[in-house]
Ligand binder design. Structure first.
Ligand SMILES: Cc1cc2nc3c(=O)[nH]c(=O)nc-3n(C[C@H](O)[C@H](O)[C@H](O)COP(=O)(O)OP(=O)(O)OC[C@H]3O[C@@H](n4cnc5c(N)ncnc54)[C@H](O)[C@@H]3O)c2cc1C
Length: 486
């Protein structure tokens, strides 16, 4: 038996603070492997925008490994079969990996364990994706938390996450198994290349993740408390795609944040607010481990009876940013053009879809899955259910964002909206978020012809609000029937 370890990279595309890689480097020669399993997750296989990030993330990881004298072996196909072939080809004695928490991960890891055993090899999984392992944070009664605040308080009372580890010294084998060429995976879009401008907006990879974190904690975090709700301001970290692909670990963020508080005590409350958002990521992941149906099924079973509408022309107007509500359209166009949307605007567009259009939250969740660079099964499902009212610790259904008021409050000067909806750039601030109220001469001067150069609203806010509330009333009536709700 050789002392060769396959390190199976998953959503942990980094070299530092990776317990499994650390262990591998102490065990033997390491063969780093990534398997592109296009069928993994079935309906939740990787979305279009994420494929773009994955390509660049793998290129970056491969470059770093090569600079250390190794190789990143790329294989495409069924995960267990590819690992099986690699064990045969290399005679490796171990397969190490970070544990993942998608609904299908446990079964996959069991299969890999059994398959490795047949080779006489050992499969070991390590933490690496979360601050606290699911199951380790529980209520006094030992049950999972369903409400965020007590969950996060319990996390903060738990022993601190271990301090992050630097990149280990890794020894590599002399002989390598064959690898695919990354370009043959066609992860990048072509004809049309809708991601053409993304390389100027995003820099995937571990080194960049660290720079983004440092810059955020050095220059931006002090504005996070108040500024995080203003979409035109660069006051959030934009770490979500790096976290999604594991290019940075939450432990690295946690410890960097603690250092920032020690060095600049005046920033402590803003840093704590930022950490509590990392806490939401944690909460969502812990919930999905407990309730694996979360991406597809309402957490609150009452909502199984909600009269959601399916796909209709309003859905495509929403997807394309043509609803006639400027803040909604700005958000949806930001998403389409950059693979990202500011959190405040995500809440506004999700509320608009589920409440103004009464369209099933799952259709919005799917669209985000395909278009977000940070598309994360747990955070996406929990956030959509939070807005729709069906989730754990959800926003009450009757809280219906008024898209005009949201625009006026969070994008008062219109910088964000005008950037993404340039056809409204010359309208006075007063009418920016409700162009249909502008006098004809104002519209004409601004070069706007409603219904032609910019859509008229696809629904009337007041009528939509009433329709949403009466749909919700049917749910309330149902909730008293036995067997409905939880
Ligand atoms: C409808 C909807 C869908 C969403 N889908 C996703 C998704 O697929 N992937 C995703 O990472 N986030 C999702 N979010 C949460 C949030 O919008 C993004 O995490 C955030 O906008 C990322 O920007 P940032 O990195 O600048 O965040 P920051 O404000 O800097 O927060 C730091 C980190 O905390 C985490 N975080 C922040 N807010 C949340 C939250 N509400 N829930 C869970 N984690 C959070 C993210 O990892 C984020 O990078 C969704 C929110 C909504 C309302």
């Amino acid at each position: 038996m050789s002392d060769t370890v396959i390190y199976w990279f998953r959503h942990d595309l980094r070299l530092s603070d990776l317990p499994g890689l650390q262990a591998a480097s102490l065990t033997g020669n390491v063969i780093p492997v990534f398997i592109h399993d296009e069928k993994l997750g079935d309906d939740w296989a990787i979305g279009g925008a994420s494929r773009w990030w994955l390509h660049h993330s793998l290129a970056s990881l491969a470059g770093t490994i090569e600079a250390m004298g190794g190789k990143l072996i790329l294989r495409r196909g069924d995960t267990s079969s590819e690992l099986n072939k690699l064990l045969t080809e290399t005679g490796a004695s171990h397969v190490f990996a970070s544990r993942q928490y998608q609904p299908w991960s446990d079964e996959l890891e069991r299969n890999v364990h059994d398959m490795a055993s047949e080779h006489g090899a050992q499969f070991k999984r390590y933490p690496g994706t979360l601050l606290f392992e699911p199951g380790s944070v529980a209520t006094g009664a030992g049950t999972p938390f369903k409400v965020f605040t007590p969950f996060w308080r319990a996390c903060l009372r738990s022993p601190q996450p271990e301090a992050p580890k630097p990149i280990p010294t890794i020894s590599f084998p002399e002989v390598w198994p064959l690898s695919d060429a990354l370009d043959t995976w066609n992860l990048l879009p072509t004809s049309p290349n809708w991601a053409e401008s993304w390389a100027s907006l995003w820099r995937p990879g571990e080194a960049h993740a660290k720079n983004v974190l440092t810059e955020f904690l050095d220059d931006k975090v002090q504005n996070y408390g108040d500024g995080r709700d203003i979409p035109s301001k660069p006051f959030t970290s934009k770490l979500s795609p790096y976290l999604k692909f594991g290019e940075i670990s939450p432990r690295q963020i946690w410890w960097a944040a603690q250092r920032c508080k020690d060095q600049e005590p005046g920033r402590a409350s803003a840093v704590d607010k930022f950490l509590s958002e990392i806490g939401w990521r944690e909460f969502c992941n812990h919930l999905v481990v407990q309730f694996p149906a979360m991406p597809d099924k309402a957490f609150n079973a009452k909502f199984d009876h909600f009269p959601w509408r399916g796909a209709n022309p309003s859905l495509s107007a929403w997807q394309r940013g043509n609803t006639g509500y400027p803040i909604v359209d700005a958000g949806m166009r930001e998403l389409w053009q950059t693979g990202f949307m500011h959190n405040r605007v995500r809440m506004v567009v999700a509320s608009f879809l589920t409440k103004h259009l009464l369209i099933d939250w799952r259709l919005g969740e799917r669209w985000f899955w395909d278009t977000l660079l940070d598309a994360d099964l747990a955070s996406n499902a929990c956030s959509w259910q939070w807005v729709a009212g069906s989730g754990a610790d959800a926003s009450p259904y009757f809280r219906i964002f008024n898209p005009v008021a949201q625009g006026e409050k969070f994008d008062k000067s219109g910088i964000y909206t005008r950037r993404w909806v340039p056809e409204l750039k010359d309208i006075p601030d007063k009418f920016l978020h409700k162009p249909w109220e502008a006098p004809p001469l104002t519209l004409e001067t601004a070069g706007i012809k409603l219904g032609h150069t910019y859509p008229s609203p696809i629904v009337d806010h007041k009528e939509a609000r009433e329709a949403a509330l009466s749909a919700y009333a049917t749910l309330k009536a149902l909730s008293s029937e036995p067997g409905v709700g939880q």
